[in-house]
Design a protein around this ligand. Structure first.
Ligand code: 5AD
Ligand code: SF4
Length: 447
């Protein structure tokens, strides 16, 4: 147990893939005897799992790592490790800019982290190991590493990693590599194991889940995967992220016909303007997006969420208006809105970008209003209905309220019944009658 008695603190930025990778890191470190702490100050080892999809996450990481420099360590020395997408992108550069960093690893070599930490404990030199996907081929795959899941009843299951889409603004294909699917049977075996452990909700993960299987089997097998996992006995199944150009009729049918697949679809459209979609290399039109939503709605009642970028280079007021119109027309339960962030090395970074920042900021504010309006309208449709809620904990603001999610993935708060404790509900699915509908949450009573 080479890390026996050492305390580690893990900080995760970015997407669910990073959250899941962090569960593997926690699993590996704990298998070697390290113990988690919630405070970096008490930690002998601080690991950052990083994101570089937008500049804000980059800046935050550099700030947070810098601020650890003069923080006293509990046992004289604190190791700082940086992994994930910034590790992959910046490698040695991180150590040049932040000389107190001890370990840098990338997205393809999670398995190397314990060895790098142990080497750093015995050596003042920084240990940097960043590999390409092919160089990492001989290392154990992340999916075979020990794991400590954040919640006993919920699991993320990666079915593929990487992305081949090369949207012109996006850094992901450069830091996560090519699309690599896990064998179908291996995913099903993991699902069986999770069921035996009492997991009630699984989220299938991938940068582009709709093309799952294409690299391995010559054609996508995502629809088949949804049916197989959905019929395995799991109570709730979700998946993310889908790409409109790859969402097939077969997948829509599997989504609609498999009872355990929750009626919630995250389908980023990025922009409502065909001109901008083309410049983004998204390979679909706004009308194609509309037709997909229509097909899903004809097949089943579902809640939609999306991602939108404001201020892509060359976006005009008319382009932006097309985005606003699409939001109002579709009626999203949730939309994640981002201001375009120039990423060095991507094709869009070469485009003329002369829209003034104030104009973009003002558009962003307008879009947020429209998104809120849309979410509020969707929320009202739930009033007076009885829904099933999977309880996850108590409300952050009020410990006397249980909170969980309904099938549409909306947060639902319910008063904790007198004489009962959170443990009676956590990880369980119960019927709730909704009596209050706000923009981002619902409130109700246990039935
Ligand atoms: N700038 C702003 N938003 C971006 N996204 C990806 N790359 C960028 C970028 N350079 C957004 C997209 C994607 C989400 C995960 O992040 O909307 O769907
Ligand atoms: Fe990035 Fe586009 Fe791939 Fe999503 S589909 S990860 S936005 S390149």
């Amino acid at each position: 147990m080479q890390l026996n008695g050492l305390y580690y603190h893990l900080r995760t930025f970015g997407c669910q893939m990073n959250q899941h990778d962090s569960e593997r890191i926690a699993g590996m470190l704990e298998a070697l005897g390290a113990l988690p702490v919630s405070d970096a100050e008490q930690a002998d080892i601080v690991v950052f799992m990083t994101c570089c999809v937008r500049e804000a996450a980059d800046t935050r990481l550099y700030g947070q790592v810098a601020s650890l420099k003069n923080l006293p360590a509990p046992n004289g020395r604190r190791l700082i490790a940086i992994g994930g997408c910034i590790g992959q992108r910046d490698g040695e550069l991180l150590v040049e800019r932040l000389p107190h960093v001890d370990v840098v690893f990338g997205t393809h070599n999670l398995a190397s982290l314990p060895g790098l930490l142990i080497a750093a404990l015995n050596d003042a030199e920084a240990q940097v190991e960043v590999l390409s996907d092919s160089q990492a081929a001989t290392l154990p795959k992340a999916t075979s590493l020990p794991i400590r899941r954040q919640q006993a009843w919920q699991a993320w299951v990666p079915i593929m990693t990487g992305c081949d889409n090369f949207c012109s603004y996006c850094i992901v294909p450069y830091v996560r590599g090519r699309e690599t699917s896990r064998p179908f049977e291996e995913v099903l075996q993991e699902v069986e194991k999770l069921l035996a452990e009492g997991v009630v909700e699984i989220t299938l993960l991938g940068q582009n889940v709709n093309s799952y299987g294409r690299d391995l089997y010559g054609q996508p097998r995502f629809a088949e995967m949804l049916r197989a996992v959905g019929n395995s006995g799991i109570q709730r199944l979700r998946f993310t992220t889908s790409h409109p150009k790859d969402l097939s009729e077969q997948t829509i049918a599997a989504f609609a016909e498999t009872a355990a697949v929750m009626p919630q679809l995250h389908l980023p459209f990025q922009s409502g303007s065909d001109r901008i979609l083309q410049a983004m290399n998204r390979n679909y039109t706004a009308d194609h997006y509309r037709s997909l939503i229509k097909s899903v709605r004809q097949a089943t009642a579902a809640a939609f969420s999306t991602d939108i970028i404001v201020g892509f280079p060359g976006e005009t007021e008319a382009d932006f208006q097309a985005t606003c119109d699409l939001v109002s027309e579709i009626g999203f339960n949730q939309a994640f809105t981002f201001i375009y962030s120039r990423r060095e090395g991507t094709p869009a970074a070469e485009l003329v970008d002369d829209t003034p920042a104030e104009v973009i900021q003002e558009r962003f504010q307008r879009l947020v209003q429209i998104v809120q309006q849309s979410a509020w309208q969707q929320s009202q449709l739930e009033l007076d209905k009885t829904t099933s809620v999977l309880f996850e904990g108590t409300s952050k603001r009020d410990q006397s309220m249980l909170s969980g999610r309904n099938p549409q993935n909306t947060t639902v708060h319910v008063p904790l019944p007198v004489g009962r404790s959170l443990d009676d509900y956590i990880g369980r699915i119960e019927p709730v009658h909704i009596d209050l509908a706000r923009t981002w949450y619902l409130r109700g009573e246990l039935v």
